[in-house]
Design a protein around this ligand. Structure first.
Ligand code: SF4
Ligand code: SF4
Length: 205
């Protein structure tokens, strides 16, 4: 190549790229549309009458390869019922500093209580805010639902819920008065103390 072309030869790459399809994405102004089965933030689901699907069995926590889930189950009572059947998830936390969004927890869940959404914006400025609590993960109430705790649909067993035979709260269903404050439901000790500290390499901050 002649010497006089040396200073401008690098522009060949630039000019070549000018006519190619742009790969730049204007995030966050334009959000990327994910695939329908994208593995994003988790969600705890409800039955059609508003009762929670989570039964506090901890299978999701045992299936998690990253030890990112913490669950504590508790007993339902007739005076304070959060899910059909005996048990409910009283404490539920997912540590998104550990989670690799693999979905094994969803596969392990026997009640389809745990699914994943398409939400991928999980960055934040503090470790505590990335430990999502039950209140953050539990899906909201929709038409036909009543906020738990409340009674099961009269005349039904928990199996009837799993067979899809309960489609809405029974007329006149009201929220029971919880014995514990709502905040306590997510579990006595703080989020930081519930989930083990991430291991840090020596000498790093
Ligand atoms: S998606 Fe994978 S890493 Fe994340 S909580 Fe579930 S099992 Fe654990
Ligand atoms: S989310 Fe599913 S697997 Fe996890 S504790 Fe609740 S019912 Fe069990």
């Amino acid at each position: 190549m002649p010497d006089f072309l040396g200073p401008v030869s690098g522009f060949g790459v630039t000019f070549g790229a000018m006519f190619k399809k742009r790969l730049t994405e204007q995030y966050p102004e334009q959000k990327k549309i994910t695939a329908p089965r994208f593995h994003g933030r988790h969600q705890l689901n409800r039955h059609p009458d508003g009762l929670e699907k989570c039964i506090g069995c901890e299978l999701c926590a045992w299936a998690c390869p990253a030890d990112a889930i913490y669950v504590e189950g508790a007993d339902n009572t007739e005076e304070e019922r959060y899910s059909p059947g005996e048990r409910y998830g009283a404490v539920y936390q997912i540590n998104y500093l550990r989670c690799i969004l693999c979905g094994l927890c969803v596969e392990a869940c026997p009640t389809r209580a745990l699914t994943m959404t398409n939400e991928y914006e999980l960055a934040d400025r503090s470790r505590a805010s990335l430990i999502y609590t039950k209140q953050e993960l539990l899906v909201g109430l929709t038409d036909g639902m009543v906020a738990p705790p409340h009674e099961m649909y009269p005349g039904t067993e928990d199996d009837d819920y799993y067979r899809g035979e309960v489609t809405a709260a029974a007329p006149g269903t009201t929220t029971q008065r919880p014995a514990r404050a709502a905040d306590d439901q997510d579990g006595g000790p703080s989020a930081d103390s519930q989930v083990a500290e991430p291991v840090r390499a020596e000498g790093r901050s």
